[in-house]
Design a protein. Sequence first.
Length: 433
Amino acid sequence: MNNSIKALASVSKTLEGIYDLDALIENLSRSRLVLLGEASHGTHEYYTWRTAISKRLIAEHGFNFIAVEGDWPDFYTVNRFVKHHAEAGADAVQVLKKFNRWPTWMWANWEIETLVNWLHEYNGKLSSFEKVGIYGLDVYSLWESMEAMIDYLKDHDPKLLPEAKRALGCFEPFGDEMGMAYARSLHRLIPKTCENEVVSLLRSIRQRMANFNTDMEASLNMEQNAHIAKNAEKYYRSMVSANQSSWNLRDRHMMETLRRLLDFHGPDAKAIVWEHNTHVGDARATDMVQEGSINLGQLVREELEMFNPKIVGFGSFSGTVVAGSEWGAPMRNMHVPKAREGSWEYLLHSTGKGDQIVFMDELKESSMFMDPIPHRAIGVVYHPHYEHVGNYVPSIMPERYDVFIHLDVTTSVHPMRMFLDKSQLPETYPWAF
């Protein structure tokens, strides 16, 4: 272990301020697709350092958009606000307070408000074609996406409205509890599914795309909402077994959405992705592969090699975090215990260098780091006293990430207080990441 600590100390770069990012930004600037992870959804420093990196990639290297582990309809509203669309919201706080799905703190927090305000200000001096967007990649928003399509069709394509209403009507018996009730109905062996309705609607929307060009992104929004309806229906069906099939379906949906965004932004598009380490860190370098699970980081490396993708992981040794003790539970400020001995976080802490950046290329020649090592992952459901049981993922670190940012002691994110809609399926369900 001492040799591993010495090796890490010799290659890691101290991170004390934004100018210590220069070498990292230079490294990432040679990519057109940068994935920024996080070891929890409730840590202040993960948001602020990802914001600092994203701002520089956008302002200095022409990155076109940020895509996050969030719902498309909610972030499409944020996207319209940062691009100065009419009636898109009075300010960032008003827009972010619409995020009422548990865990609300994941996106409705003051750290994200800072990013949204910066994007709004940055875009103020740019033409419509140059403005930087922010979008949600996730699959959960079946009802919101269906309702967004119906609202749009009322004004812009009434001929398609009956078919959209039929698709939404198929789900109406389950509406009070959204996707969970639909999944439970299938578990009770009710034969009726809504697959045919949503697939038919997607086909019709694709045939009538020209009708939706009321602004630059209206067609993209309509097509994406239709894809969400199709994939969310499949996701809810897969939840009956709650195995890796629902995980894989979710990450494949996020990959499809990322591809759609890259195509929309043109042949020279550059993108930044914000997701949990469990989604961006290559699954093939973890025990996920033994379960047949894939993730976005793996898919990006396999399918978008021409973008020279770079994956940046984040982690910390100790501190505090916002999480819940169970699904739907009130948010709590929790203590994050010191990382367990022998873990990746423990080794980096033991270098004595505090916050630091590790470029993984410098470790690939060393056999010490080519065996799995425990690497902490904290979800929105968290039990600090039992984290040694399920919060460490065996990982071959130089293969999982291209770069790793270690923040020795971290603090909790700062949530906005708001109404919680308990009828909606929680973000990240049933995996917590």
